[in-house]
Design a protein around this ligand. Structure first.
Ligand code: FES
Length: 579
């Protein structure tokens, strides 16, 4: 039940009252300018001002419905006695932003933090969904620490092709590999291109977008059940209005992100991530989000919880179904109810109830999509944390999306010094590579790429595709798309460009992957390693000015979450002076 003993704010205590209440010349100016916009005192005086932070953009294909949804949020805010204002913030389109949206996640987080701080906002509704928009919005709002609720964009409808379900990303990689192998004609590729993305909304696999929405619901930042509502379902509009109503009460109750984002809440998020077979990107983002909340989260916690959490969501790319099926099967509440004993049920959530209360009584309507504990897809979670002399600070593998036969594998390295080298040589018939080789990509990390792009699912060489090879062991300091699959070891830390051991690997070095043993071993003796280390020269910086320089100078390594070093802690800046 909501905490009725909690102090309810009075209008004079609203943050926005500092802008609008005083009898002075500045406040006169603020009030007159609200009237300039056509509002009267009755519209806003003494009411919580709710910022609807909207990542809508004509260049963000996953967010095309968010302007309409902002109207639904406004409806809810008005109903509850608040004053809604829509404020655009940077939109990170996973498809169109180059070299990678990850380069700009922290820029969005900085913008959100400062937009909240510098404006007369009492609370915010965060509207996003396409991958990095979720952590970017949450990181900024957490540091600003005004009441906040997240409205995810929701997954798009399933794709269709000749009676088959097409899934975002996963089927792009799958059918593109067939195309490269010479198995699909132009006409078939055109049909797939037209049928794979059929509506507004985010990728409908358990990619990064669906994963981040799910873990944010487990963290307590969403209203119950919000994370998997399809973007074009009328329930999504109703959820938007409900967010608008609830944020007004959150302001009066003064429920802030840091009240919700506790160490226990992050445990819940990690358990959720493991049970849904979530995107490896969630690890980097949760580390960064925890840092903003002042929580000391490390890869060791992911490792521990992955060992004790079963994988239950049979959703692509690891499983069989898509997010629409997951929603109709009961959604995240049903999944979390199946692992209730692994969760901190007393954690607070944005609706004022505990997580336990929110999932109480949730039913599963299709137990092939959301598996019961006694029919889990795997006894351990979706992602493993590996360590070894190739990754002293850790790396990760999505074991549920890998070929089980390759999870224990030793093979000779075939090394690409950067992405351009990879693109130039991967399909060269003369490349000395076999199905047993281990493909290694260097200089694709947070500093080296820069921005740690999703290059970690290195393409299988064309000559091997033609032989029927569809998976190989691949290792990099990059990330991979949440929709990707394969035996890909990712996030190697420290990265090559920072002088990590990955930078020293050469063609022919033997590398041993032992995923069940959580290890990655580079079989080169210490003397040779030291010789190569002494000869190593750092690659030249990619940027000499601007945001790129800021990024490469201050981004932290993958095992720390890739936030900027000057932002990656739980502090807050002072409220602005109003002169
Ligand atoms: Fe937007 Fe996948 S491209 S979520």
């Amino acid at each position: 039940m909501p905490d009725t003993t909690r102090h309810r704010k009075q209008p004079a205590e609203l943050r926005s009252a500092r802008w609008f209440a005083p009898d002075d010349v500045r406040s006169f100016g603020h009030r007159s300018r609200v009237k300039q916009m056509g509002y009267d005192d009755a519209d806003y005086r003494g009411k919580p001002v709710i910022g609807i932070l909207n990542t809508w953009s004509d260049l963000n294909q996953c967010h095309t419905h968010l302007r309409e949804r902002a109207q639904d949020v406004k409806r809810g805010v008005w109903q509850a006695g608040g004053f809604p204002v829509e404020v655009p913030v940077m939109s990170l389109s996973e498809m169109f932003i180059k070299p990678t949206t990850m380069l700009y996640r922290n820029l969005l987080a900085m913008e959100v933090e400062e937009v909240i701080r510098c404006h007369p906002l009492d609370g915010v509704v965060l509207m996003g969904g396409c991958d990095k928009t979720v952590p970017g919005l949450v990181m900024g709002a957490t540091t600003a620490n005004v009441p906040a609720i997240f409205l995810p964009a929701g997954p798009m409808l399933r794709g269709h092709w000749r009676g088959e379900t097409l899934a975002s990303g996963s089927d792009v990689w799958k059918y593109w590999a067939e195309r490269r192998a010479g198995n699909l004609c132009d006409g078939a590729m055109d049909e797939i291109e037209s049928g794979i993305a059929r509506s507004p909304g985010v990728c409908m696999t358990m990619g990064t977008a669906a994963t981040m929405a799910s873990v944010c619901e487990a963290l307590g930042l969403l209203l119950p059940g919000a994370s998997s509502i399809p973007a074009v379902d009328s329930a999504h509009s109703r959820m938007a209005a409900a967010c608008g109503r609830r944020i007004v009460d959150m302001v009066w109750e003064d429920v802030k992100p840091k009240d919700i984002l506790t160490a226990e809440a992050f445990d819940n998020a990690i358990v959720c991530d493991m049970a849904i077979g979530g995107s490896t990107n969630a690890i980097v983002h949760l580390l960064a989000m925890a840092g903003r909340a002042g929580i000391d989260l490390t890869l060791d916690r992911f490792d521990a919880l992955s060992r004790t959490t079963p994988w239950l969501a049979n959703v692509r790319p690891s499983g069989q179904y898509v997010m629409e099926d997951f929603y109709y099967a009961g959604g995240l509440r049903a999944l979390l109810a199946n692992i209730a004993d692994l969760l901190h049920l007393n954690s607070t959530t944005v609706n004022g109830q505990t997580l336990g209360q929110n999932i109480d009584g949730a039913e599963t309507f299709n137990d092939d999509v959301i598996r019961p504990r006694d029919n889990a897809l795997s006894e351990s979670g979706g992602t493993y944390v590996l360590r070894g002399n190739l990754a002293p600070d850790g790396c990760v593998i999505k074991q549920t999306a890998a070929d089980p036969k390759l999870l224990t594998h030793t093979g000779p390295a075939v090394v690409f010094k950067d992405y351009n080298d990879l693109a130039a040589r991967i399909d060269d018939e003369a490349l000395d590579v076999t199905a047993d080789s281990v493909l290694v990509l260097q200089n694709a990390g947070p500093v080296g790429a820069p921005g740690m792009p999703e290059w970690g699912m290195l393409p299988v060489p064309k000559k091997l595709l033609k032989q029927g090879v569809r998976d190989m062991v691949r290792i990099s300091d990059a990330r991979m798309s949440g929709t990707s699959y394969g035996t890909c070891v990712l996030h190697v830390s420290p990265e090559s460009a920072a002088g990590g051991p990955l930078a020293l690997v050469r063609d022919g070095d033997m590398i041993e992957l032992n995923a069940p043993g959580r290890s990655i071993t580079w079989h080169v003796d210490e003397e040779e390693r030291a010789k190569r280390q002494a000869a190593w020269v750092a690659p030249p910086p990619r940027y000499e000015r601007g945001y790129g320089l800021l990024h490469q100078s201050h981004v932290t390594q993958a095992h720390l979450g890739c936030d900027f070093d000057f932002l990656a802690h739980g502090g807050e800046n002072a409220e602005p002076e109003i002169h």
